[in-house]
Design a protein around this ligand. Structure first.
Ligand code: SAH
Length: 455
């Protein structure tokens, strides 16, 4: 490397926070996607980002026994999965290591026991939602994900993570789009930019959302008719208008083109209505496992008031309500709150209330009004909890805090903050919500131990 060559051989000695293989060349850290710990590999060296070299796998010189043939033929180019080349039991061990590493390195927790990751029996076809980029290049319309670290679209990515029905719909859609040629968004003109698909795992019903940078074209209405005739599982087609090309995929305005604007799905005994904008965990089977753990950790007797911050459409809220006196769910997205209220009603849950707003503002306001929850459950997005929320927890000191996290780094940061304020981490249980990818979900129990280390 110091001789300027672009190629190098190295040993993979561990994994990054997102499941990429890690090695070193001349003392420098190199991330090599698609590799396994213990392998000797030949890589092409790329750019340096934050002091870390990007390595592209050229050849596996000494393969690890954990390496398997990835079932998906486009795994190496599509950016959707990171771990398909590793057997599933090893994937679970890698994820446990990612959590341990974040808790130690970022949280400063030295001897914390992380439970083995709860995995799936059949870790395929689990996704109930996907958004796919739509692009027209050289006269050909494709839909899929971008290649890892680039803007090259890989057509029909990740069908192995969806049901066969969704896979069929994706390939049918590609044909129909190429035949009908509706306006596709580009830097010069408005049109179709993304397609979102939501599938009810319980009923098999599919909701299709066209995300457009401009108006709904006549062609798109014709296409909708054709799709609905050909794919009876599609029960609703919506258009979402988002003029911005960066930031969130969905814009604020959604219009129904055909059928329903939301689908229904079940987790455990409850049925949920899910609108295009609302968050719903993407893996139903593992969500049931995750929520059961969260409820177990909440350890409710029926007398408690529980605050469920970042509640989405009120999913965990309803599970908690069965065993608590009163549960208050807090969520920013107005559509999700509307779904949550409907979900509580349709499931005949009378002791759940919902407040729309930022948890970081709502919880301090509730505390000011005298609310004193015995248990607080938080399930924030990747950036973790806002500090005012953590400060309110430290102010009212609920006996138990149950933290559900999809990002070990921000989890470790927030647990550290609560630990300094007097909480101890009792249990760390990772759940594999996203098999084949580098993502890890965890549920954590913290209890108040009565001594504020800041004082
Ligand atoms: N607990 C729910 C949702 C978890 S995802 C479930 O299991 O389905 C995180 C949720 O937090 C999303 O619904 C998102 O819209 C919401 N959210 C994001 N920032 C927020 C904030 N500052 N305050 C409240 N909710 C927020």
């Amino acid at each position: 490397m110091s001789d300027g060559s672009k190629f190098a051989e190295l040993m993979i000695t561990g994994y990054s926070h997102d499941g990429r293989g890690v090695g070193r060349i001349e003392g420098r850290v190199v991330f090599v996607p698609g590799t396994v710990k213990g392998e000797k590999v030949r890589v092409e060296l790329g750019q340096v980002q934050k002091g870390i070299l990007a390595g592209q796998l050229v050849e596996v010189l000494e393969p690890a026994i954990e390496r398997i043939n990835p079932p998906c033929p486009i795994f190496s180019s599509c950016g959707g999965c990171q771990l398909q080349h590793i057997n599933y039991q090893t994937q679970l061990r890698i994820k446990k290591g990612i959590v341990e590493d974040a808790l130690q390195r970022i949280g400063g927790f030295k001897d914390l026991v992380v439970q083995p990751v709860l995995g799936m029996e059949e870790p395929w076809g689990y996704r109930n939602k996907g958004h796919f980029r739509v692009e027209k290049r050289n006269g050909q319309i494709s839909l899929g994900f971008y290649e890892e670290g680039s803007h090259n679209l890989v057509n029909q990515s990740c069908t192995h993570l969806f049901s066969p029905n969704v896979g069929e719909l994706l390939s049918g859609l590609t044909d129909i789009l190429n035949r009908s040629e509706p306006p596709i968004a580009s830097s010069q003109s408005p049109g179709l930019r993304h397609i979102m698909i939501r599938e009810s795992k319980e009923k098999g019903e599919i909701l299709l959302v066209f995300i457009l940078s401009g108006e709904i074209s006549t062609k798109l209405r014709e296409i909708t008719r054709e799709i609905c005739n050909k794919y009876p599982k599609v029960v609703g087609v919506c258009a979402n208008i988002n003029p911005r090309s960066s930031g969130p995929i969905l814009g604020n305005k959604t219009e129904i083109i055909y059928g329903k604007e939301a689908i229904e799905d079940n987790i455990g005994p409850y049925t949920f209505t899910i609108s295009p904008h609302s968050f719903f965990q993407i893996n139903n089977a593992q969500t049931a496992v995750l929520y059961a753990k969260a409820v177990e950790y909440a350890h409710l007797s029926g007398k408690e008031t529980v605050l469920d911050a970042y509640c989405g459409i009120g999913t965990i809220t309803l599970f908690l309500a069965r065993q608590a006196k009163r549960v208050i769910g807090v969520e920013t997205v107005p559509e999700a709150i509307r779904d949550a209220v409907k979900n509580a009603q349709r499931n005949k849950v009378a002791n759940a209330e919902f407040i729309q707003g930022e948890a970081e503002k709502v919880m301090p306001a509730l505390v000011k009004q005298g609310l004193k929850p015995q248990v607080v459950v938080v399930d924030p997005p990747r950036k973790g909890c806002g500090q005012p929320l953590l400060d309110s927890i430290l102010l009212v000191r609920p006996a138990r805090v149950v933290y559900i996290s999809c990002n070990p780094a921000t989890l470790a940061r927030d647990l550290k903050y609560l630990a300094v304020g007097g909480y101890i981490v009792k249990e760390v249980q990772p759940v594999d919500m996203f098999p084949q990818t580098g993502h890890v979900e965890c549920v954590i129990l913290m209890t108040y131990c009565g001594s504020d280390k800041k004082k």
